[in-house]
Ligand binder design. Sequence first.
Ligand code: SF4
Ligand code: SF4
Length: 93
Amino acid sequence: MIANYGYKDGSGEFFISIDTAKCAQCEAKPCVEACPEKILVIFTDDYDDEVIGVKEEHRKKIKYSCGPCKPITEKRNLSCQKACPSGAIVHSW
Ligand code: SF4
Ligand code: SF4
């Protein structure tokens, strides 16, 4: 399943999409520790699989929570994507 976390407003669409089927197969879940802002969390989904998601408190401000990884004038450095061995995390912006 693809789980989407985020929002859209007049300035754009800001979603993190996570392929939870891949996360269920990923024991180490390195993305969680790799995220410098600690916005990712491990939880058990409806299928009893351990997957990751975005913490509730960041979902409506994800553009800003992920801001440090996406500087406007410098190269982007998405630690979550770099840490993921299977390309399970996609950002819409
Ligand atoms: S590293 Fe990738 S596959 Fe593993 S839990 Fe994180 S997003 Fe899912
Ligand atoms: S872009 Fe940065 S802050 Fe956002 S989830 Fe990935 S590692 Fe964490």
